[in-house]
Design a protein. Structure first.
Length: 166
């Protein structure tokens, strides 16, 4: 969460923006950042990722590689991400030593765990669909379909962590 304290106010010039991930969202972010005059350094495992042709520098490496994340942070005034699949522990350490990371690694960590995310929404009274927590293999859809304990349709089953686009 961005607060209104002085330490959270970003005064230009921010010269270099570090982007974790080089996919389509990273490309759109990079186009806008460059239009605003920023240098963009991206981190992605694919040397021919969508952002590769337009960023100022591409660091090749895993989004989970602590050393590559530190390299990106060292070259950037602020770091952001275009994909949530990254090393949140490393980002929290970078934030502790003064790296500006937006949105915060704490928020990213919350969003990466769908159970925590959903529980957070419910706790704060934010309207959301009903939550049925599945915690063991015996609670899987396969098991429930055999015992006719499925929730009423429509329903969506999601992995607690991982996945793509929601």
């Amino acid at each position: 969460m961005i607060s209104s304290t002085k330490k959270d106010i970003y005064i230009f010039p921010i010269k270099a923006v570090g982007v974790i991930g080089g996919g389509q969202l990273g490309k759109m972010l990079t186009l806008k950042a460059k239009e605003m005059g920023f240098k963009v350094i991206a981190l992605d495992k694919d040397p021919s990722c969508p952002v590769s042709s337009i960023c100022d520098e591409l660091i090749i490496g895993s989004l989970y590689d602590t050393e590559k994340l530190y390299e990106l942070a060292k070259k950037s005034d602020v770091v952001t991400y275009e994909i949530e699949h990254t090393n949140t522990e490393a980002l929290k350490q970078l934030e502790k030593i003064g790296t500006k990371i937006l949105p915060s690694p704490a928020l990213l960590e919350l969003l990466n765990d769908k159970l925590q995310q959903k529980s957070h929404l419910i706790k704060h009274g934010i309207p959301t669909s009903k939550l049925i927590r599945e915690v063991t293999k015996t609670d899987s859809i396969e098991y429930k379909s055999r015992t006719k304990e499925l929730p009423p349709f429509p329903f969506v089953q999601k992995a607690r962590k991982g996945g793509y686009d929601g």
